[in-house]
Design a protein. Structure first.
Length: 300
């Protein structure tokens, strides 16, 4: 009887300790983990939190470094006359009416081949335009005959007639020489060298070039130093071309006005990319031109 009772007691004791040991393994925690939970309250090790905070600080520094990088103010183009030959084409309307020979007389003319003023006899022609302008064409006597000189003048009357009224407003004469030399504008004159003209015609940009030069002649003298124009330059903060950037007082108006014509009156002819770039780079210049109430016939 005693043996039976002892055996029963032995198994009862084993069962009680066995359940207690299994429960402790399920719920027991490592002393280090317990200490960490008690100190942080969320089961996160303080060392890990310090590392995370340092990482966040490094990311913030990197973001600041990125934000402080200087803006790229490089102009998107070298020169604007070369951007699109369709702003004005030979098929667009012209106000030119007729060209008449008026004689051969001496004129003081600028000649880029000698980079100076010359005084020589020239074949003279008077061109008439339907918007009320008359312009004298001075053709260097090196073209020898009246007929050849008339032909040279006629090569450019149509394109001069395509200039808007505001661009013709201060053009009193057009000078034509031989030579592969740059065009010019200013002094109430447009300067043309015929071999250079051949190259522009080949590229399809004679009309765009004359807009540039017409701006020099008829807009520059009255606007290049105006406060509103200077403010527009400052507000835009960039230049549309390196040519404008290198010579902001002399070239920015002419470089910009051609693209004002493109964006305002020929948006359907130029690429969307070019139109977007014009609007992005020079919005205040565009607004300046728009506010001047220029006579832009025959562009519209």
């Amino acid at each position: 009887m005693r043996k039976i009772f002892a055996v029963i007691l032995f198994f009862v004791m084993i069962g009680l300790y066995g359940c207690g040991s299994h429960e402790s393994k399920e719920n027991a925690k490592d002393p280090v983990d317990q200490q960490s939970e008690e100190e942080t309250g969320d089961g996160t090790n303080e060392g890990d939190k310090e590392v995370d905070e340092e990482s966040n600080e490094e990311e913030e520094v990197n973001e600041e470094e990125i934000s402080e990088e200087p803006l790229d103010l490089t102009p998107p183009y070298d020169g604007t006359i070369f951007l699109d030959p369709h702003i004005v084409t030979e098929n667009d309307p012209s106000t030119f009416l007729e060209l008449n020979f008026i004689g051969k007389e001496k004129r003081i003319m600028f000649d880029r081949r000698v980079d100076n003023w010359i005084e020589e006899e020239a074949f003279l022609f008077q061109a008439s335009f339907s918007d009320g302008f008359t312009i004298e064409f001075q053709v260097n006597q090196e073209f020898e005959t009246e007929d050849e000189s008339w032909y040279q003048a006629m090569r450019f009357t149509h394109s001069i007639g395509q200039l808007s009224a505001v661009l013709k407003s201060e053009i009193h004469s057009v000078t034509i020489h031989k030579g592969y030399n740059p065009f010019g504008g200013g002094n109430n004159n447009i300067l043309i060298h015929t071999e250079q003209a051949d190259a522009y015609i080949q590229e399809g940009i004679l009309e765009e070039t004359l807009i540039h030069e017409g701006t020099h002649t008829s807009i520059d003298p009255f606007h290049f130093d105006q406060n509103d124009w200077l403010d527009a330059q400052t507000l835009d903060g960039r230049f549309i071309s390196t040519y404008a950037q290198d010579f902001p007082d002399r070239e920015d108006l002419a470089e910009s006005f051609l693209l004002y014509v493109a964006a305002k009156y020929r948006a359907d002819r130029i690429s969307q990319q070019l139109l977007d770039t014009i609007n992005e780079i020079m919005p205040n210049r565009l607004e300046y031109f728009e506010n001047q109430d220029f006579d832009m016939r025959p562009y519209h």
